[in-house]
Design a protein around this ligand. Sequence first.
Ligand code: FES
Length: 160
Amino acid sequence: MEEKPRKIIGRRPFLGWITATISSLIAAAYTIPAVRFILGSSLEQESEQWLTLGSTSKIPLGTPTLSKTNVERRTGWVTSTEDVSVYILTNNGRDYVAMSNICTHLGCRVRWVAKREQFFCPCHNGVFGKDGTVVSGPPPRPLDRYPVNVEADQISILAT
Ligand code: FES
């Protein structure tokens, strides 16, 4: 019986094959994360999150009360924590309103001035009423509101 001749790969083609394989792996190592980063952030949907602020017992009737929490945000591969501050207002202990503390003019933080019963924005003297409506100054619209849920004495807001 005659033996088949063995196919021998030469040194040059073998080194060429090894070089091409290693180059492909290096290219993939750089390209795949970059493509995932670019496409991932564009395809990723920003999810809504309910954020618990705490007990309703901390909210006095008729006085906007500052409440703070934070929300986790993902942008591409980066995860960051963002502070969220809202003023909670209730006039009857059953219905609650959550207002952003960010001025609708240029984004400064407003503060509640109890003596005047108004929110005041120090940047351009914007003034908002207790319910967040614009009283005076440059703000173009009332303070933004968050959907509120009260369950088992705990207040939650829906952050987007
Ligand atoms: S940023 Fe608030 S009045 Fe301008």
